[in-house]
Design a protein around this ligand. Structure first.
Ligand SMILES: Nc1ncnc2c1ncn2[C@@H]1O[C@H](COP(=O)(O)OP(=O)(O)O)[C@@H](O)[C@H]1O
Ligand SMILES: [Mg+2]
Length: 268
């Protein structure tokens, strides 16, 4: 029996005359580390936006199935509804609150998800206080998990790129997701930070059981991390397979791997 966390069936997304996604079909198995690669403008971020309820493809269907949950038909659902169902993401451009500390940034992720709003915090009912203790504990556990405990009280804007990327992953995990969507998690990092991020992402899957869907320009990183890949070009899937199969695919080499921009780490 197949156990799909995402089932994307023939989706097409248009903006006026621009076709961002053209009849895209793909699936992700539960527990899988899956990557989507392709040149700039291929539709990778559009795909993530479609999977998270930000964009609404005009055709096709997207089904997300959380553990023990009813399948959710994503198209037409609001982003917070998709997030509550168990889909977390990080963004290509960092979206943290840079004036807050590492600890505060993660805690906000945990609390906004659980609906502890401003009113709850003001009233400070026993339930709110218990929730607050819970989210403090959860935040500390996540800091340990991503290796940022020692930097809990550092203002986020002064973290290194590598640490910011860890923080974003922790923020995504704070919502307790089934799947984590990472949009270029290694952008701006140096080779040793890239290696550490690879280890962390694998640990998220192995120890937390969270499925990973990854967009990444760095071929070395993506080929060492992903168990399976899809290749997008001009909005269409031109290939899918294991890293070995993708490396040997002529269409991919022509569309993507042959381009020098990708090898030098162009990340726009
Ligand atoms: N909100 C939008 N409005 C208009 N066009 C868009 C929008 N989002 C994406 N596109 C277009 O969709 C195509 C794919 O873009 P994108 O998904 O960002 O590619 P990638 O992430 O692979 O670089 C581009 O031609 C882009 O201009
Ligand atoms: Mg993009």
């Amino acid at each position: 029996m197949s156990d799909l966390i995402f089932n994307v069936d023939h989706i097409t997304l248009r903006f006026g005359g621009v076709v961002s996604l053209n009849d895209v079909t793909l699936h992700q198995n539960r527990g899988e580390i899956l990557a989507v690669i392709g040149p700039n403008g291929a539709g990778k971020t559009s795909l993530f936006n479609s999977l998270t309820g930000v964009y609404q493809p005009q055709e096709g269907s997207i089904t997300f199935t959380g553990k023990d949950a009813k399948p959710l038909s994503v198209i037409g659902k609001k982003p917070h509804r998709v997030s509550n169902a168990g889909v977390a993401r990080t963004f290509q451009a960092s979206r943290m609150f840079s004036a807050l500390t590492t600890f505060e940034n993660i805690k906000i992720g945990a609390e906004s998800h659980r609906g502890i709003g401003v009113v709850g915090a003001m009233l400070r009912s026993p339930a709110t206080r218990r929730d607050e203790r819970d989210s403090d504990e959860r935040t500390k556990a996540l800091l340990d998990f991503v290796g940022l405990r020692a930097k809990a009280n550092v203002i986020s804007s002064s973290l290194s790129y590598g640490d910011r990327r860890r923080l974003e992953i922790a923020r995504g995990l704070a919502t307790g997701p089934q799947v984590l969507l990472l949009d270029e998690p290694a952008a701006g990092t140096n080779p040793s930070e890239k290696l550490e991020l690879t280890t962390l992402i694998r640990k998220v899957r192995d120890e937390m059981g969270v499925s990973i869907l990854l967009i990444e320009h760095d071929m070395k990183l993506v080929m060492s991390l992903a168990e399976r890949l899809y290749v997008l070009n001009f909005g269409s899937v031109i290939a899918q397979g294991t890293p070995e199969e993708i490396r040997a695919n002529d269409k991919v080499i022509e569309a993507y791997l042959g381009s020098t921009a990708t090898e030098t780490g162009d990340r726009s």
